[in-house]
Design a protein around this ligand. Structure first.
Ligand SMILES: NC(=O)c1ccc[n+]([C@@H]2O[C@H](COP(=O)([O-])OP(=O)(O)OC[C@H]3O[C@@H](n4cnc5c(N)ncnc54)[C@H](OP(=O)(O)O)[C@@H]3O)[C@@H](O)[C@H]2O)c1
Ligand SMILES: *[C@@H]1O[C@H](CO)[C@@H](O)[C@H](O)[C@H]1NC(C)=O
Ligand SMILES: *[C@@H]1O[C@H](CO)[C@@H](O)[C@H](O)[C@H]1NC(C)=O
Ligand SMILES: *[C@@H]1O[C@H](CO)[C@@H](O)[C@H](O)[C@H]1NC(C)=O
Length: 323
């Protein structure tokens, strides 16, 4: 018979248990992160349906994603505003994948038409197509850093119509078909500007439209989970595209091709995710900093950016006057 444990032994046991619990959560999170980024098999996207619809598919992330989707055996509905760019994107896909990828083009300028018109046109032009994957990628960024009272009304209207209207109305058009089949995957492209930072001053409207996208996705995801529809908001930080005004990729800024390669692996899984691994690292660092510090740093950075842009504009204006 051993002696009953001493109070000090209980204490050691308690400390060990708490210590174990404290470190096991981050370890578990890390292992899961590595698994889902690099090892988890991607979903077979053709099981959702034979067509994928991508908005804003003529440039940047959207265009790169259409190639990834075609490589997975999906036919494509390309939605964009510029008929020439749509045609040349379609030609490039044809060149790469030949006749086995069917392509349909829909011309919509999300700045220029009403929500109901978007819904009606998408519904009419996708009638009879088995759309299994919808990527709401179309997005506009603010024209430069501005205080809210300086933002011109027209560009504010465009920003809200394209970023929030685009996602909502195209989803409204495509969802009923998915409901009928009881399967589908919807991917909405959000932004780190809304969920990875406590504030995004001087780009307030842009960041707020992306917060809408995140909440829209998560709530809708809960509504339709039981109906076999996987809804996801993907969060990119910076990607080298014309929207970000970045030409070259770097460690924290992937090319659209690198980004979409990662993006496609996540479709159908978590309701909100950061598909590119160095972006997740960035978020993690941001998260560790005190919010008030991030607020101050971003505010100072964007104020400097605003001044630079204003200087350039006034130089432009004086050049114009001379010529
Ligand atoms: N790049 C980044 O750093 C970054 C970061 C966070 C989130 N995002 C998000 O990622 C998504 C894609 O951005 P991106 O960087 O790939 O931008 P992008 O290179 O500028 O491409 C945007 C695409 O949307 C189309 N588009 C723009 N306005 C439109 C309109 N009014 N009607 C129809 N189509 C329109 C563009 O058509 P055209 O070819 O005719 O211009 C293009 O195909 C956006 O939702 C953006 O907010 C990007
Ligand atoms: C994916 O699913 C489709 C349709 O269910 C099937 O024909 C195809 O072989 C599958 N592909 C892979 C790689 O499992
Ligand atoms: C995506 O990237 C991985 C790793 O670099 C590569 O093995 C794979 O072939 C790429 N997939 C596509 C479709 O480009
Ligand atoms: C300045 O003018 C050039 C050429 O006209 C234009 O491309 C650029 O966007 C302008 N810059 C600003 C900040 O207005």
């Amino acid at each position: 018979m051993g002696a009953p444990p001493l109070a000090s032994e209980w204490l050691v046991l308690a400390i060990c248990t708490i210590g174990f619990l404290a470190i096991s959560k981050p370890i578990f999170t890390f292992v899961k992160w590595v698994w889902s980024n690099f090892l988890r098999p991607p979903k077979n996207l053709t099981t959702y349906g034979s067509w994928a619809l991508v908005t804003g598919s003529t440039d940047g992330i959207g265009k790169a994603l259409t190639f990834e989707l075609a490589s997975k055996g999906l036919n494509l509905v390309l939605v964009g505003r510029n008929p020439q760019k749509l045609q040349s994107t379609s030609n490039e896909i044809r060149e790469r994948f030949g006749e086995k990828t069917q392509i349909k083009i829909i011309v919509i300028d999300f700045e220029k038409i009403s929500g109901e018109e978007i819904e009606e046109q998408i519904r009419r032009e996708t009638e009879g197509l088995d759309v299994g994957v919808l990527v709401n990628n179309v997005g506009l960024s603010a024209k430069g850093a501005r205080f809210f009272h300086e933002v011109d009304s027209e560009s504010m209207d465009s920003l809200m119509n394209v970023n929030m209207g685009g996602v909502s109305w195209v989803t409204k058009a495509v969802l009923p078909g998915m409901l009928k089949k009881r399967k589908g995957a919807i991917v909405n492209i959000g932004s780190g500007a809304s969920v990875a930072v406590p504030s995004y001053p001087l780009f307030t409207v842009y960041a707020a439209t992306k917060a809408y996208v995140a909440m829209f996705s998560r709530s809708l995801g809960v509504e339709y989970k039981k109906h076999g529809i996987d809804i996801q908001c993907q969060i990119p930080m910076l990607v080298a595209t014309k929207l970000a005004s970045i030409r070259r990729s770097s460690f924290f800024v992937p090319s659209p091709k690198q980004y979409s390669n990662a993006s496609i692996r996540w479709i159908g899984y978590e309701p909100l995710c950061v598909p590119y691994w160095t972006h997740a690292l960035e978020w993690c660092i941001m998260d560790a900093l005190p919010e008030s510090l991030v607020d101050r740093l971003l505010f100072r950075y964007f104020c400097d950016l605003r001044k630079k842009i204003l200087k350039k504009e006034s130089r432009n204006a004086s050049l114009k006057q001379k010529s």
